[in-house]
Design a protein around this ligand. Structure first.
Ligand code: ATP
Length: 227
């Protein structure tokens, strides 16, 4: 489902005499349906960079990144948008808050975007918000004024609303309390059980051990850093 073949990346620092930094060198990895793989490695090893390359936020200079057969490296922007809408989800710790949109609509939006009826999308959004312990009195309000933890949980609800076949999780349990951390781990288990291929960064080692089937140490692909 997620296949990286000989993927490499450099950053060119245009404001520093066009210095070129090699960050990722020759990554080949593959994640099957129903599998969760953790990216590990020291700070600066390139975990977030690799995740952003897979999502198509960062350009990739060499190799192929195939998601359900579509090569993100070469895809047209409109194909990347379609891939993100239907196939590839991304859950970070932070919600991009749009003013005035009620929380229920924020969570239901990814489902509406793939053609789910308003009624069904709202039912799923309600189910997730309740599961993630967002008080019902907040559902009709915009999350703009919510606490950091509440915004994070709204973001997780939104990220898990549509059953994406492939998912990228960037520290999804960071700074959650024990009860909500459990909810997120159960959502990851459910996604695996329905066949999602998942790549995640988890500094929380217990969470990583619990939901991940394998670990890939990104340091081995970092030029100049010993694995
Ligand atoms: N936009 C950028 N421009 C230049 N260099 C960058 C950019 N983004 C990341 N880097 C560099 O790439 C390397 C990898 O960074 P990255 O954030 O991917 O590491 P990480 O493994 O996710 O670290 P952490 O665990 O601290 O989040 C670092 O040396 C960083 O300075």
């Amino acid at each position: 489902m997620i296949d990286l073949k000989n993927v490499s990346k450099t950053f060119t620092l245009h404001n520093q005499n066009s210095a070129v930094i090699e960050v990722i060198n020759d990554v080949t990895l593959s994640v099957s349906a129903g599998e969760c793989v953790a990216l590990t490695g020291a700070s600066g090893a390139g975990k977030s960079t690799l995740m952003r390359m897979i999502y198509g936020n960062y350009l990739t200079q060499a190799g192929q990144i195939l998601i359900d057969g579509i090569d993100v490296v070469k895809a047209e922007p409109r194909d990347v948008i379609a891939l993100r809408r239907e196939t590839l989800g991304y859950v970070s710790q932070f919600l991009r808050v749009v003013p005035r949109v009620p929380t229920l609509d924020v969570v239901a939006e990814p489902l509406r975007a793939v053609g789910v009826s308003a009624e069904d999308a709202q039912a799923r959004a309600e189910e997730l918000l309740a599961k993630l312990n967002i008080p019902q009195r907040l559902w009709s309000l915009s999350p703009t004024t919510f606490s950091g933890g509440e915004q994070q949980r709204v973001n997780i609800a939104r990220g898990f609303a549509h059953p994406y076949p492939a998912m990228l999780l960037d520290e999804p349990t960071a700074s959650l309390d024990a009860a909500n951390r459990e909810v997120v781990l159960s959502l990851i288990d459910e996604a695996k059980a329905r066949g999602a291929a998942i790549i995640g960064i988890f500094h929380d080692e217990a969470a990583r051990v619990r939901v991940c089937d394998r670990e890939i140490d990104v340091s081995q692909f970092t030029p100049g850093i010993a694995a």
